[in-house]
Design a binder for this molecule. Structure first.
Ligand code: GTP
Length: 372
């Protein structure tokens, strides 16, 4: 019995089945059997005859857990109930004896009728088995799902006389699938949340591992890593590069005069000025307390000198505002250059820049010195 609300197509069975093609175990065809049943009886209750004749059919009919229905297809297009199995009797609450012989309209609730009739008509028109899933809610109950197979049974002239249907209740399977689907969704959502949290934690860790907490510049270790990479590239490609060491002048005095917090503030502000002068490809790191290192890739000696001079000027020209009090800073710079020939080690290069820086300090500060 079809209580179709939402109907989903399943692939139809490959072949048409006719009553005449069924061969009972004793060798007679079903058609022969059917013809041995008096015509009056055959027209009214074919299944009764079969059940009476074959005890196995009777046993199957009584015990089969799925709903079985037999629909008689009248030549005038009506569908009459030929028989319904005990399982279906229990489902719809109508005994077989009462349902038999009645038009389908009297048994199927009106809201499902159109869909049921269109299935029957399709089965009769095509003359091949039809399988589909349907959903419905017998009165006062939760929606249930059935997987239904309908097989047309044609007479010897090929006219579909009966539809034999078996409908299996798959509600429990669908519910289990739904529970599984929801728990999968839940799992996927939780995995996505965890992954996002992990990525964030990784990014934070990366930040902590590579950035200086006060200024946001590369920390010393990461500066070395990036600078080594640049040096290797310069070595490989015969490129020139320059290194600038910048150290703030008399910084101890700033700390002593305004306090350590003011010193921190000044360091942050001065570090922020470097971006005004340097290119994106330049690498700048906090080398020590108030000392910064910069690697300028593909930069000539003269360009490096100009960059260093601009750095000096921008630091000297900036006034740090500390709670309304102006703080003036200056910086000394040492520059080392490699012309792309024999590229020295990073340590050697930094030593050269540091030597130049020392000379800048000794020369009076707020100045730059180029290493030879
Ligand atoms: N506020 C603050 N001060 C720092 C930080 N790191 C280093 N310093 C201070 O920077 C000062 C550096 O002092 P010195 O090495 O004597 O150098 P200077 O006073 O800058 O003098 P010159 O470099 O010779 O011009 C010290 O007082 C350090 O405590 C920091 O992160 N925050």
């Amino acid at each position: 019995m079809s209580y179709s609300k939402h109907v989903f197509e399943f692939p139809v069975m490959p072949a048409s089945i006719r009553l005449s093609s069924y061969t009972p175990s004793h060798g007679q065809t079903m058609t022969d059997d059917v013809h041995m049943i008096p015509r009056r009886l055959r027209r009214t209750r074919l299944i009764h005859a079969l059940r009476r004749r074959f005890p196995v059919v009777e046993s199957l009919w009584q015990r089969f857990p799925d709903n079985i229905f037999i629909i008689r297809c009248e030549p005038d297009g009506r569908f009459l109930i030929e028989a319904i199995s005990p399982a279906l009797e229990r489902l719809i609450g109508v005994p077989d004896a009462e349902a038999a012989g009645r038009p389908i309209e009297q048994i199927v609730p009106p809201i499902y009728l159109d869909s049921v009739l269109s299935r029957y008509r399709e089965c009769v028109a095509n003359g091949i088995p039809l399988s589909y899933e349907e959903t419905g809610a017998p009165e006062g109950t939760e929606p249930r799902h059935w997987l239904t197979l309908m097989v047309p049974a044609a007479d010897t002239a090929g006219r579909v006389e009966y539809i034999l249907g078996i409908s299996r209740d798959i509600t429990a399977i669908r519910h289990a699938e739904e529970v599984l689907r929801r728990s999968n969704e839940d799992l996927e959502r939780r995995v996505a949340e965890r992954t996002a949290a992990l990525e964030l934690a990784n990014a934070r860790l990366m930040e902590l591992a590579t950035r200086d907490g006060l200024t946001g510049l590369h920390n010393r270790r990461h500066f070395f890593e990036l600078a080594e990479r640049e040096l290797a590239r310069a070595r490989r490609n015969g490129l020139q590069l320059s290194i600038v060491m910048l150290d703030l002048d008399y910084f101890k005095l700033i700390n002593d005069s305004y306090g350590h917090a003011a010193g921190d503030h000044a360091l942050r502000e001065v570090a922020g000025l470097f971006a005004l002068v340097l290119r994106e490809t330049d690498i700048v790191g906090r080398y020590g307390g108030e000392e910064f290192a910069m690697l300028l890739p593909d930069t000539s000696r003269e360009e490096a000198r100009q960059v260093a001079e601009r750095l000096r000027a921008v630091v000297a020209g900036h006034v740090v505002d500390w709670r309304g009090e102006p703080i003036h800073c200056s910086a000394s710079l040492g520059v080392a250059h490699v012309d792309g020939g024999d590229v020295p080690t990073l340590d050697a290069l930094l030593e050269r820049a540091d030597g130049a820086l020392l000379r800048a300090k000794n020369g009076g500060r707020n100045r730059l010195v180029m290493s030879i």
